[in-house]
Design a protein. Structure first.
Length: 249
């Protein structure tokens, strides 16, 4: 590795950037990354967990040997050379008092929403987010679609988010209406830029970031636009390889 590349890293989104969406990486990609890691350090960042991503990148051992850093769940769970170096979750971050206040409010609000059907699991606490679901996550596929149509007409989730934004402005949360039935709630900055804080602390000076959803609203947009990265927008894994060959001949 030359001096100038010593503190440089290539940071990749996985789905659509290194692999076809939700599919394994091609042999060509794996071979190329293996060559590239001799020139520059590699890292990936994904909303998924290490197990899922390792499956896509030819197993855990291979993932660890190819990538110096693995940032699962956007970096809330961070690995360096295969070792866990930091772990953060939303309860730790918000504190139990705030979580309780927020959950209590949402339970009352959901109880009062007038929608045709309600099932079970209206609130789900995950590592990095709180998932709110007015119809309940236990709904059937048919009920899911029914809610989705109802929501398009009556803006149930949009109205819910407006209320939450006002009520919890002081907690600095972000609300994303995702998929057909739910709202994801997470602290500001808990997108893919979360892992940039870790790389900064690690003394990495130059970060090339590659993502396929680097447009407003896409989950690579924040990291792509961040001042700490050199952002690269790609359409698919083939384009990622082409671009890398130009950058690191
Ligand atoms: Mg992607």
């Amino acid at each position: 590795m030359t001096d100038s590349l010593e503190s440089t890293i290539c940071l990749f989104d996985v789905d659509g950037t290194l692999t076809p969406s939700r599919n394994p990486a091609t042999q060509e990609m794996l071979q190329y990354l293996n060559e590239l890691k001799g020139k520059v350090a590699l890292a990936w960042v994904s909303g998924s967990d290490l197990v899922k991503i390792s499956d896509q990148l030819d197993g855990r051992e291979n993932t660890i040997s190819l990538f110096k850093y693995c940032f699962a769940e956007n970096g809330l769970v961070a690995f360096k050379e295969g070792n866990l170096i930091s772990k953060q979750d939303i309860v730790k971050h918000m504190g139990d008092k705030n979580v309780k206040e927020f959950v209590n409010f949402c339970l009352k609000y959901i109880a009062d929403i007038d929608i045709p059907k309600k099932r079970g699991t209206f609130i789900e606490l995950r590592t990095g987010l709180i998932n709110l679901c007015p119809v309940g996550r236990n709904c059937s596929q048919e009920e899911r679609e029914e809610f989705s149509d109802f929501d398009m007409e009556h803006k149930v989730r949009e109205k819910f988010v407006e209320v939450l934004k006002k009520e919890f402005a002081h907690m600095k949360l972000r609300f994303v209406i995702g998929g057909q039935i739910s709202i994801d709630v997470f602290p500001e900055g808990w997108d893919k830029t979360f892992c940039l804080n870790i790389l900064e602390k690690e003394g990495v000076k130059t970060i090339h970031f590659f993502g396929d959803r680097a447009y407003p609203g896409g989950n690579d947009y924040e990291a792509y636009m961040d001042d700490r990265t050199i952002g690269h927008k790609v359409k698919n894994p083939d384009e990622t390889i082409q671009l890398l060959k130009q950058l690191f001949p």
